[in-house]
Design a protein around this ligand. Structure first.
Ligand SMILES: NC(=O)C1=CN([C@@H]2O[C@H](COP(=O)(O)OP(=O)(O)OC[C@H]3O[C@@H](n4cnc5c(N)ncnc54)[C@H](O)[C@@H]3O)[C@@H](O)[C@H]2O)[C@@H](O)CC1
Ligand SMILES: [K+]
Length: 519
């Protein structure tokens, strides 16, 4: 599992080490890791390191110091390195080390901005050391215009490899907010611990791949702010029946989804739940939809009954309910049943204060906007997309439910503040029906959850929701390898991932850190 910390927490952890006079040592560790990651990326890109062209953008702070020291090491290995100073001052020792290794230096001004941008665009790689955890507000002129040119080149599929030092400059390390322009990266080499701002919101989009370098803050970091599940946790969470099991003990999921207007949602949710592995699906809904379900999934047991008269371990309600009053009623009853329940799509609007953490609301940003407004919060969809950590946590805290906020990085927030972020999804999953399959996977994980009640600590349901988002994202990415994703055809990928994870728990993301990041 990856543990993430706010930038503020990382700075707090550094403070005692700085007080002991160990700042330079920490910076050398950071710079060494950054240089090694950059060297490896450059070798992959152009075959060899020697002769590569590098531009380092260096701001006035320690972030610029890290980048200059790393560039000095690269220059010592035969890289042609130029520094563009984005502030009137730069870390003096790092700048001297860079010059000693033959690096050339110029200061960015309004006058030479176009030349500096051209140098960046002609380089093999740009090291972004403009702002780190000490930055506030977005990038300012003239480096803002330079960043915009590099971002535009990236959009066209051109331009250099951009490697962010600690975090993409202009991203808020605590939250992932992007108050103005930020420089988008192909990879971010972050120090001490993964920052929450790299796992959520615009920061997660801008960061590219994340590499964490251990600089020895482990003992000082405290409680993480957020988590990302890896393969090992998925393997533990996915349901595996044992020999003593029968269909009821494995877990029965009640699904109240679909309507005569939207029957497909019920089909996709049921298919995904069966592919994830439940003992039984009990479907409640209109007879016409039930007939379609029985054609596609003969193992589902269908009726037109009520939530309160149906025995299950967990509920899934809302997908495709549309204007069907009976389905809406069932969603409300599922929320009030006291059982774990996934509440999706239109049914999210019926949520409000007084729920419990085993109720998992699964809105996208638009549905979360409506929910928060219904509780008196003045918020727009843009606000939520810009700062999803804050609003996912707020919605969980206001409702008492767990909130799974869907997006590029999907967030699962518990009412007690625990937060998970999963980003395995492919943009091909941004298509109608994706939410229905995600809700089916999550419904299955709730119904088959065998964690003893006294071990379901705070954040338990956020963890299950994150596991569902991860499995869904991975299934979508597998399917996308063969072309555009159709959520109704995702079941084989879900099944094969469940088989793979439950047979052979895979290794976690390779990270060099012992502190802040666990496998
Ligand atoms: N403190 C430490 O011991 C370590 C820090 N490390 C690095 O140090 C970074 C933090 O360094 P700093 O605290 O010096 O902060 P930064 O390097 O992030 O930048 C701070 C400087 O930028 C200015 N600034 C803030 N916002 C700005 C904006 N929007 N536009 C222009 N200038 C702006 C500030 O006035 C200040 O001079 C980390 O991100 C990391 O890269 C690493 O070297 C590891 C050790
Ligand atoms: K940076």
């Amino acid at each position: 599992m990856i543990s993430a910390y706010t930038g503020t927490a990382v700075r707090r952890a550094e403070a005692p080490l700085l007080a002991e006079g160990r700042g330079a040592e920490l910076m050398q560790r950071a710079a060494y890791g950054l240089h090694a990651a950059a060297a490896s990326a450059l070798k992959t890109r152009r075959g060899r390191l020697y002769g590569a062209r590098l531009v380092v953008l260096a701001g006035s702070g320690n972030n610029g110091g890290d980048a200059l020291y790393a560039a000095a090491r690269l220059a010592a290995r035969g890289v042609a390195a130029e520094a563009v100073l984005t502030a009137p001052t730069a870390h003096p020792e790092a700048l001297a080390a860079f010059r000693t290794q033959g690096g050339t230096v110029r200061e960015l001004t309004e006058v030479n901005a176009a030349e500096c941008a051209a140098a960046c665009l002609a380089a093999d790689a740009v090291l972004d050391g403009v702002l780190g955890t000490g930055g506030s507000g977005g990038l300012r002129s003239p480096v803002r215009a330079l960043a915009e040119e590099l971002n535009a080149a990236r959009e066209r599929g051109a331009g250099p490899l951009v490697i962010a030092c600690d975090l993409p400059s202009g991203v808020d390390a605590d939250t992932g907010r992007m108050p103005g322009t930020c420089l988008h990266a192909d990879m971010t080499v972050t120090f001490g611990a993964v920052k929450t701002g790299l796992l959520a919101g615009p920061g997660a989009v801008a960061a590219g791949s994340i590499h964490c370098i251990d600089i020895g803050l482990g003992d000082y970091l405290g409680t993480p702010d957020a988590y990302r599940l890896q393969e090992a946790e998925l393997a533990r969470i996915l349901p595996v029946p044992d020999r003593a099991d029968h269909k009821y003990s494995r877990g029965v999921l009640g699904i109240a989804a679909g309507s005569s207007a939207y029957p497909g949602a019920a089909l996709m949710a049921t298919g995904a739940a069966l592919a994830t592995g439940v003992g039984m699906v009990r479907y409640l809904g209109p007879e016409g939809v039930a007939r379609l379900i029985n054609l596609a999934h003969p193992e589902a047991v269908c009726s037109t009954g009520t939530v309160n008269g149906t025995h299950v371990q967990a509920w899934l309600a809302g997908p495709g309910a549309g204007d069907d009053e009976e389905q809406r009623r069932r969603a409300v009853d599922a929320m009030a049943s006291g059982l774990p329940a996934v509440i999706d799509a239109d049914a999210v609007a019926a949520a409000g204060p007084g729920l419990h953490p085993a109720v998992v609301l699964t809105p996208h940003a638009g549905e979360l906007t409506a929910l928060l407004r219904s509780m008196g919060e003045e918020v727009s969809r843009t606000d939520i997309e810009g700062d999803p950590v804050r609003f996912a946590r707020l919605a969980a805290q206001r409702t008492g439910a767990t909130v799974l906020l869907k997006g590029w990085a999907t967030l699962a927030a518990a009412p007690t503040g625990e937060l998970y972020s999963q980003a395995e999804a492919t943009p091909w999953l941004a298509t109608a029906g994706s939410g229905d399959t995600l809700s089916g996977i999550l419904g299955a994980l709730l119904a088959t959850d065998r964690t003893p009640a006294d071990r379901r600590g705070p954040g338990h349901y956020a963890r299950l929701a994150a596991a569902a988002a991860s499995l869904h994202g991975r299934a979508g990415s597998l399917a996308a390898a063969a072309g555009p994703v159709a959520p109704s055809r995702l079941d084989p990928q879900i099944r094969s991932l469940v088989a793979e994870f439950t047979a052979h728990p895979g290794p976690g993301i390779q990270v060099s850190s012992k502190s802040g990041v666990e496998k």
